[in-house]
Ligand binder design. Structure first.
Ligand SMILES: Cc1cc2nc3c(=O)[nH]c(=O)nc-3n(C[C@H](O)[C@H](O)[C@H](O)COP(=O)(O)OP(=O)(O)OC[C@H]3O[C@@H](n4cnc5c(N)ncnc54)[C@H](O)[C@@H]3O)c2cc1C
Length: 421
């Protein structure tokens, strides 16, 4: 790297420090600060994991993007205001990776179902197999003796965030060196990441293991770790040298993408979930009569979800409800009991004399699983749940049928169609 590029990786640089404050304002502020670096500087510096005190070379926007406190099209628009598509190509592609994984899982929901089923089985085995349990506990506590891995296990639980390269190395060591079930590793991430996402997380773990791109796995190497951590971890790591990819003969059937439901000309209640906390820009007809917030963060895992993740989603929801109240000028309430949501919605519909509840489309994951259960029961009360898709998802997801390349090829066209440039 040139001296010029290195100075941008400086700990004193104004983008080095990140507080993951769960508000839209904080997300927009981070975007404003990082946008000038989304061009060639990002392309050359992004692979370096400089540690939790220096995030100058990556946007660290994922916790905000994941909850749609800020949207992908906003991030792309700000980027393309400051750089040409050619100069910011790498960053733009990374942003599209997210929609690629979301669209891919949407069309292969069995992958999510099987992950949950296999995770439950793996947790059961932990209860019976003492040796496996000990190795698992050492891994999540950061007590394996592999310095870098132990550091990342602690960094994840302490900060709720890991650099992309650290996630790849960590997952690879988990699967191929420690030989632990990948589902338990994905679950560990999902319980602790502030950006924990059913699609990006599940698909990325499968990608590292060699299940997403069949037969192609990712092998972590000590020399690569040493180089891209700027020499923070240089010791002998004894990592699996030429691991074989995981194998899973079960084929997930492809299902069609959802069709946008029409919002009839009726009074409705607006429901906010952690999948989309930007109701101001949803394509809605008229004003809602009331707004309700509900969370499914505890449903991310059969095991305990970290207090940091719960707090992040609760505060992000509070921020969204506050904004929605100002924007739509109606009452907002938060249903704080995850097992009481159906009764809460039925009660609210009756109190407001409406038979329609509208929400942003919930992609495959725990929120969608819960909405599917609720939707069925709401029907028994003659209440309809309508899920509104965003144009961005509706335009990108159809291309996410195979590898990322298909989406990548469409990026210039998509940017045009979405009026982003
Ligand atoms: C094993 C593993 C697990 C992961 N789990 C998650 C997860 O639960 N949630 C999550 O959002 N990302 C996940 N990722 C993807 C990626 O690591 C993070 O999105 C990225 O590190 C976030 O940091 P950033 O915002 O600085 O990214 P930047 O490099 O600044 O990229 C900008 C944005 O693009 C998107 N993005 C970047 N890289 C990826 C990618 N590889 N896949 C999908 N989207 C991407 C994110 O929204 C990100 O905020 C995982 C990757 C791996 C290898």
């Amino acid at each position: 790297m040139s001296d010029e590029q290195l100075s941008f990786l400086d700990e004193e640089c104004d983008t080095a420090h990140v507080d993951f404050l769960p508000t839209r304002e904080a997300g927009l502020e981070r975007l404003k600060h990082f946008a000038p670096y989304t061009g060639r500087a990002y392309a050359s510096g992004r692979n370096f994991d400089l540690g939790a005190d220096n995030r100058s070379n990556i946007s660290a926007l994922s916790p905000w993007i994941r909850h749609r406190l800020i949207s992908e099209d906003e991030v792309l628009r700000e980027t393309l205001k400051q750089h040409s598509l050619q100069a910011s190509e790498k960053f733009v592609q990374e942003v599209f990776w997210r929609a690629y994984f979301k669209g891919w899982l949407e069309q292969k929901p069995d992958v999510w179902r099987l992950y949950n089923k296999d995770l439950k089985s793996a947790i059961k085995v932990l209860g019976k197999d003492k040796n496996l349990r000990q190795r698992y506990e050492e891994a999540i506590a950061g007590n394996t003796g592999i310095d870098a891995f132990d550091h990342w296990a602690k960094e994840l639980t302490e900060t709720g965030y890991l650099h992309n390269h650290a996630r790849m190395w960590f997952a690879s060591i988990w699967i191929f060196t420690l030989k632990l079930p990948w589902e338990l590793g994905a679950d560990f991430f999902y319980r602790h990441l502030l950006d924990g996402d059913p699609a990006s997380n599940t698909c990325s773990w499968r990608w590292v293991g060699g299940l997403h791109t069949k037969g192609k796995n990712y092998a972590a190497r000590a020399s690569n770790i040493s180089k891209f951590t700027n020499g923070r971890f240089t010791g002998h790591m004894n990592l699996a040298s030429d691991p074989s990819p995981l194998n899973d003969m079960r084929e997930a059937d492809a299902v069609p993408l959802p069709i946008q439901e029409s919002i009839e000309d009726k009074s409705y209640i607006l429901l906010l979930t952690e999948e989309d906390l930007l109701p101001e820009t949803l394509a809605l007809r008229d004003e809602p009569k009331a707004i309700i917030g509900m969370l499914s963060a505890e449903a991310r895992s059969p095991l305990e979800v970290s207090a940091k993740v719960i707090q992040f989603t609760q505060s992000a929801m509070a921020d969204a409800l506050e904004r929605a109240k100002g924007h739509f000028g109606c009452e907002t309430t938060f249903c704080d009991k995850e097992d009481d949501q159906l009764a809460f919605l039925v009660e609210a519909a009756k109190a407001n004399d409406v038979d329609t509840i509208v929400t942003a489309y919930a992609p495959v994951g725990p929120v969608a699983d819960r909405l599917a259960q609720i939707q069925y029961k709401l029907g028994e009360h003659d209440i309809k749940l309508v899920q509104v898709m965003r144009d961005y998802d509706a335009k990108v997801w159809p291309h996410a049928t195979r590898g990322f390349f298909k989406v990548k090829k469409q990026i210039p066209k998509l940017i045009d169609q979405l009026n982003i440039s």
